[in-house]
Design a protein around this ligand. Structure first.
Ligand code: BGC
Length: 746
């Protein structure tokens, strides 16, 4: 980032030097993609463009959204793929590379990363988000944002907050309790804001518990600024502002895009006293600070190098779901049938505002041919189906089956079509198109072995054909270098190392939000609470097709010797150590997953929660000691009676797991936890009074011969009501006296 605008004497321009009109003018965009400049004070316009997995920069004057018409840029793996990489380096290198391209185009802020949690697999925009898990999302997104920022290009973590569906996204109210927000939907934002300090944060379109995010003082000011200490600019999602005065007062600094000029509205509100000028000044000075992101310059971009990087990053993301009989990797001398139009016409990104015009595109079948020839394999290709409606569907399918019959291994490329998922709408089903399912099944019946490669941004159901095939490689949407990466994985140049960042359920009906997504009558009720994704399936022991964290390798890894090192002065600051061995015959990368499991505390906890991970590369036979830190937050729950994070006293299992369902090493620790003052009031229950060390016996002495059930009946009664019953020898005044004499705390 360059310095903020300076006056001729070299000092930064301060908001006090601007007229009120100039200050107000900074609070809404000057164009579709730019802030307003004030040339007389040397304040430049800052360009913001879409990301998050590439720079979608549009030349001035082209169609507004520019979705199909932006300057070519490297299309890196979308967040769905980065999430599955479980690799901080992937996110970091991508952030740096995007910043390089942004600087070459004079772009100050790239709008990303998107950190909304995958509450439902039907969200049409899930390809732009990392995971169903807040920790995995937060860690990867913070790496990407921090890398972008340290290269001098602003990030914009989005969409703040609770934008977990596309259906009615501009007016739905996400109705959520605070514990669920704090534990599931906000931590990724919190981590990015507090560690990467992004230049901007983008508020979402939806409402939260009835109040639009753009007008939500609790969200944009109390939480974001007062609690998290955010100092950057809050920008609206494009077109999210309804009432400019209310949104500004709530904490929304910059309205985008430019077009509707809300300056007169703001000026009038200041003039008639509805809006204090200090609110204008605070927001205007933040936007002024954003000018520091103007005009960062970089060296010309080496697009070949960027493309090579997109391949390297893509290699880390696909997840090998199934590999019976070591069908993959393909072997020297085999006859390979590559089947499916997606092998020739791959999907590599999703539709909507994140769509990049790539500089280059690797075609999977070409890359497989290229690599296979060197290994002495033969490759035949058949389209098998058409992504567009086609008159010769039967011929395409028959040709593919005949091609499969002649092969040793058939590799079928299947997946969702462009029209199946996008920003702007949700899916209604998890299934693949019918013609593709039929093709997979008939190819599998004809070929000795069948592997399926999947291209999809949201998860798809595997149920209709899973048992018919030998291997499945979930490739997601991999960006422009994905074709080469898939070839390398299929041919065994590199072992797959991705892990699922979201559960693949057996049925859509099993998903925890099934009954409440996409909501009704303007509200979507997050009734499943914190039990999102694997937190739900593991808590109720519900079988899934593949659990969160699952992913196979061409090698084999073992874990042993778990230990926990505790710090002397803080019993929640721990380091977990475990020995990881590559016990298979080849070099490969492996994801070490650390979960914490507890039933401690007054709230229902998920069965286990991800609290640490690292991806390591080990040569065949190599063993490494891995150290993973845990901190206070790793153990805490959000306590809504105390409005704070609380570590409950009790036992905690520290688990190293292959996935959310399979723990391979564990140890138990006991934490002293937080001592919470329990203030008794007249509305505390009889049980709560009984449990008090002094007043329990005083008010409820143990009665000879009393049945425990006598107590069970009255235990949950607030004392106030209990006192109304005949024969109770106390009055509310007695209780008032007790409480006044000594505000009782236990
Ligand atoms: C999307 C944002 C995007 C913006 C600008 C909105 O519709 O929700 O993610 O950055 O448009 O294109």
């Amino acid at each position: 980032m360059t310095a903020a605008p300076r006056r001729a004497d070299g000092n930064p321009v301060r908001v006090g030097e601007l007229s009120l009109d100039q200050r107000i003018s900074l609070l809404s965009g000057g164009s579709f993609w730019g802030t307003r400049s004030i040339p007389e004070h040397g304040v430049p316009s800052v360009t913001l463009t879409d990301g998050p997995h590439g720079v979608r920069h549009q030349r001035q004057g082209e169609d507004n959204l520019g979705i199909f018409d932006s300057e070519p840029a490297t299309c890196f793996p979308p967040a769905v793929a980065v999430g599955s990489s479980w690799n901080r380096d992937v996110a970091r290198r991508m952030g740096q590379a995007i910043a390089e391209e942004a600087k070459a185009l004079g772009v100050g802020v790239v709008l990303g990363p998107g950190v909304n949690i995958k509450r439902t697999p039907l969200n049409g925009r899930n390809f732009e988000y990392f995971s169903e898990d807040p920790y995995l999302t937060g860690v990867l997104a913070a790496e990407q944002a921090a890398a972008q920022e340290s290269a001098g290009v602003g990030a914009s973590v989005k969409h703040f907050a609770l934008n977990n569906q596309e259906t009615e996204r501009m007016r739905i109210s996400a109705d959520v309790d605070e514990r669920t927000m704090r534990e599931i939907y906000l931590p990724a934002f919190e981590r990015v804001v507090t560690t990467a300090k992004p230049a901007t944060i983008m508020c979402s379109y939806n409402a939260i518990n009835g109040i639009p995010a753009a007008e939500n003082t609790w969200l944009l000011t109390d939480l974001l600024r007062r609690e998290w200490g955010y100092e950057g600019v809050v920008v609206s999602d494009w077109g999210a502002v309804q009432d400019r005065v209310t949104s500004l007062r709530a904490g929304l600094d910059l309205e985008m895009p430019g077009g509707r000029d809300s300056s007169p509205e703001l000026a009038a509100a200041v003039a008639d006293g509805r809006l204090e000028q200090s609110v204008i000044d605070a927001s205007a000075s933040r936007v002024l600070e954003l000018s520091a992101y103007h005009g960062a310059t970089g060296s010309p971009v080496d697009h070949d190098r960027q493309h090579a990087l997109s391949r390297t990053l893509a290699l880390e993301c696909p997840v090998l779901l199934k590999n019976d009989g070591s069908t993959l990797p393909l072997r020297a001398g085999q006859r390979i049938a590559v089947i499916g139009e997606l092998a020739e016409n791959p999907r590599y990104q999703g539709g909507g505002s994140s769509r990049i015009v790539p500089t280059h595109l690797d075609i999977p079948v070409e890359r497989i041919r290229h690599g296979a020839t060197d290994l002495g394999m033969t490759v035949e290709y058949a389209a098998g189906y058409s992504l567009e409606a086609s008159h010769d569907a039967a011929t395409l399918a028959n040709d593919a089956v005949e091609t499969a019959r002649r092969a040793d291994v058939a590799v079928v490329f299947a997946g969702l079509r462009e029209s199946d998922e996008s920003e702007g709408f949700d899916r209604t089903t998890l299934t693949l198109p019918d013609d593709q399912i039929a093709l997979i099944r008939s190819v599998a019946a004809a070929a000795p072995r069948t592997a399926v490669v999947l291209f999809n941004g949201g998860i798809v159901s595997l149920e209709e054909w899973h048992d018919d095939v030998d291997a499945i490689l979930e490739a997601w949407l991999l960006g422009q270098g994905g074709g080469a990466a898939i070839a390398d994985l299929l041919l065994g140049v590199v072992s797959p190392s991705g892990r699922l960042a979201e559960t693949i359920p057996l049925r859509l009906e099993d998903t925890p939000s099934y009954l409440t997504h996409p909501g009704e009558q303007g509200h979507t009720r997050y009734g499943e609470g914190v039990m999102v994704g694997y937190r739900y399936y593991t808590a109720v022991d519900h079988p899934v097709r593949y659990p969160f964290g699952h992913g196979l390798s061409y090698s084999r890894f073992t874990a042993s010797d778990i230990t926990v090192e505790r710090s002397a002065d803080d019993d929640t600051a721990l380091t977990v150590e475990v020995l990881i061995t590559n016990a298979g015959g080849r070099a490969a990368s492996h994801v070490v997953q650390l979960y914490v499991s507890t039933a401690a505390g007054p709230v229902r906890r998920p069965r286990r929660e991800l609290k640490g991970f690292v991806k390591i590369a080990l040569t065949a036979g190599e063993t490494r000691r891995v150290r993973l830190p845990l901190e206070r937050r790793s153990f805490a729950y959000w306590d809504s009676t105390h409005d704070s994070w609380v570590v409950a006293p009790g036992e905690y299992r520290i688990e190293i797991a292959e996935n959310a369902d399979r723990v391979i090493q564990s140890t138990t620790i006991t934490l002293v936890g937080d001592a919470l003052p329990t203030r008794l009031t007249i509305d505390s229950t009889v049980q709560e009074w009984i449990e008090h060390p002094i007043y329990g016996q005083m008010l409820f002495p143990t009665q000879e011969g009393a049945e425990p059930s006598d107590l069970t009946m009255i235990a949950s009664m607030p004392l106030r009501q209990f006192l109304n019953f005949p024969g109770v020898p106390l009055s509310p005044r007695d209780i008032d006296h007790i409480l006044a004499a000594d505000p009782v705390s236990g």
